[in-house]
Ligand binder design. Sequence first.
Ligand code: AMP
Length: 481
Amino acid sequence: MKKTSFSEYKLSNELLKAIKMLDFKNPTSVQEQVIPIALGQRDTIIKSQTGSGKTAAFAIPICELVDWDENKTQALVVVPTRELAIQVKEDIFNIGRFKRIKVAAVFGKSPIRIQVKELKQKTHIVVGTPGRIIDHIERGTFDTSQIKYLVIDEADEMLAMGFIEQVEAIIESLPRERMTMLLSATMHKDIEDLCRKYMKAPKLIEIEEQNIYADKIAQERYSVDQKDKLGLLRDITVVENPDSCIIFCNTKLKVDEVYNELTKLKYTCEKIHGGMEQDDRLRVMSEFKQGYFRYLVATDVAARGIDIDNISLVINYDIPQEKESYVHRIGRTGRASKEGKAITFVTQYEGRFLADIHSYIGMELPLKERPEKELVNSSKEDFLEKVRALPDVKETKGAQLNREIMKLHINAGKKTKMRPVDVVGTICNIKGINAEDIGIINIHDISTFVEILNNKGEQVYRELQKTPIKGRIRKVSKTDQ
Ligand code: AMP
């Protein structure tokens, strides 16, 4: 069957260029179904898991639809967690990069002052968690009067976290004339009610995810006593010798315990759970994404929506007590057309959870025997070699896009009445440079940041050393801020 290509949709060249640079060759099946409908501005309910390319499925049409010239926010994406807010912001930013889409993330436990400042500037799209969005709306620091596109991402998780009323309050405060997209891995009655109440003749798009997982992820289980779990974990990691592995536990305490053990054994290892400071959580996620360490011990906070490619092995050190959680956890591997493996430890008291999972995924996890001592011993050398090897640090997703872009700092801002048009006017006067080479401009009180696209940064930087901006030569420097 012929594959659809992104160029078949009516997308602007700026978007097609970003999609190409992100190396999205063809739309995934959820994108294939969602993009044309969303471009037609019809409401959609999307039943699909993470890992299916669902973020781009809403980000692409929304980036296409927003009007660059409108200064007020036009699209709002509501997500359940801070990590997901950052992730989705990054994804939208990458897709909208060449259209110079400005996107802000607002979430709790982070200084509101900085977010208020960001929201005051031109912001096309806001991504946020419910509590903080409401906070901004109530303070009058987030103008929702021009919102035309609303996305409710991971609605089931929002429900599980008790956010549905807040989501409703947000919806109530938005203009009625809008397109709404709701994404959920599962459809609970409360979510159906929400859709009925706030969506207009939505098109239901359902992606059969469980089968995709079954194809791409080898799933196994081990029967084990609680006290033998650490030994089994050691043996399995030695035999499997994964490049990158998440070990899921059900409690923070257990995460700490497993993390301490693995650290003692000199595994390159970090941990993440809800009890940690926000900054630490984000740092750990970012370092894991880049491959600074191989083993991440985590509670479910890390399982939802977090996009990390190349995880070769997921271990459920504790069997999840909710069937949905099993699918989310194993969905951390086998992403974006790669294959993965998921191993679940089951103690004799956990048959009930196992039975639930079996009926949910529609298959029985094959039971494996603990690896033989000989196999473990013969695998040790390779394992130790990998433990000792330096990490293979990966580029972040936007890195290729970043390479084409240079960010410049101009030592003048609002206090000297600098406006975007002054910056654009000066730069466009440079020979060989036009408006398409200028990316996002941010003007602060005494400084201005401007992105120069298409590898033309060096030239603009050189010229601006001797070209006046708003009547004077300004100090212009390169920055990666
Ligand atoms: P998501 O389901 O949104 O978490 O996306 C899963 C992963 O697939 C992310 O790493 C995306 O960058 C990647 N992705 C999204 N769309 C495509 C595509 N059309 N081709 C290849 N990878 C994609």
